[in-house]
Write a new protein. Structure first.
Length: 338
């Protein structure tokens, strides 16, 4: 039996500029990092060349079936698509679960795709590069399953760590942001993450954004230009280990992002964001494409108790997390029996 683990991410800036309709014309960038919340894929290889898939997140079961009969179905579509794309015919029982809910705004769908590709390629005895894993995951989601997704989630899931990722028409450049230990710790300690209780399909928001880009909507394109510039600004401040304006940059990015298209924010999100600011947060943002998921704030530690208590009073749960530097990995449980 084998277990694949891949961490989800928090994107700090640049989200939305990583869809091809934008970056192939203008270039895009994001600042993103993994955190210690994971997707899990448990695989028990079979000997009868048949497949089963169980998704606890979606409470779905793909009953035992042959390779040739496999078809993507809601809840297990990523598992089936990866098995087909990688031509994995040996067979197996797949259990899929996660530390976060689907639609959480933490890139869990792409993280799961990367996780599956990593463990299936491992089971086939193939040593894939991180770039190949990321590009294959994006191909499966975007081209085979027709999900409207950006490219950053596949890359940060495959690469791991704190990254500045630039997107061009024919190239993706991944740069490690090497913060010193004290700065990294201070940044982590000053961030607060809250699950606002609503999940959403990011494809809906991103499809609206794509339509506006393709129709050359000037408001959307100019807003994304601003988002991209703010990504560069955040990258520069982090490279200089300067956290004095981190919260302010987050706030600027959120103001710019909400202008991209309808559905990114709503009355509930705006109210919670204002509540965070009133209780001491310097800035923040909604993680992911918008419409729901997790709300991130940057605040001095002395303000954390007040913000957490106010959010709790409104039924919003605080989600503790730490930065995670590793990418996908596979645990071979047979090794524990030796």
């Amino acid at each position: 039996m084998h277990v694949g683990m891949t961490p989800v991410r928090i994107s700090f800036a640049g989200g939305g500029t990583d869809i091809p309709e934008y970056y192939e014309k203008f270039g895009g960038n994001v600042v993103s990092t993994n955190i210690n919340l994971f997707t899990y894929v448990v695989v028990n290889p079979r000997k009868d060349e048949s497949f089963q898939a169980f998704s606890s997140d979606f409470q779905m079961h793909q009953s035992k079936i042959s390779y040739d009969e496999l078809e993507p179905k809601f809840g297990t579509e990523i598992a089936v698509a990866v098995v087909k794309q990688l031509d994995y015919r040996t067979g197996g029982d797949f259990l899929i679960c996660s530390d976060v809910q689907p639609g959480s705004g933490l890139g869990s769908s792409s993280t799961l795709a990367v996780n599956f590709i990593n463990i299936v390629s491992y089971l086939k005895g193939e040593n894939w590069s991180k770039e190949k894993i990321a590009e294959t995951a994006y191909h499966i989601e975007h081209n085979l399953l027709n999900h409207h997704v950006g490219k950053q989630d596949d890359y940060i899931a495959a690469m791991g760590g704190f990254r500045f990722i630039q997107f061009e028409k024919d190239k993706v450049t991944v740069e490690s942001i090497d913060l010193n230990t004290s700065t990294l710790q201070e940044l982590n300690e000053n961030l607060l993450l809250f699950f606002i209780g609503d999940t959403r399909n990011s494809s809906i928001v991103l499809s609206k954004q794509t339509e506006k880009i393709e129709s050359r909507n000037s408001d959307t394109i100019n807003a994304l230009h601003s988002v991209k510039e703010i990504g560069l600004e955040l990258h520069d401040s982090l490279k200089n280990s300067d956290l004095t304006i981190f919260g302010e940059i987050l706030h600027k990015g959120w103001i710019a992002k909400r202008k991209v298209t309808d559905g990114i924010t709503n009355e509930k999100i705006d109210s919670l964001y204002d509540l965070g600011l009133k209780n001491g947060a310097i800035g923040g943002k909604l993680t992911g494409a918008g419409g729901g998921g997790h709300l991130l704030f940057y605040a001095e530690k002395s303000k954390h108790s007040q913000i957490i208590n106010e959010m709790k009073h409104h039924g919003i749960n605080h989600i503790p997390f730490k930065f995670h530097s590793g990418g996908p990995k596979v645990l071979n449980l047979y090794d524990f029996n030796k």
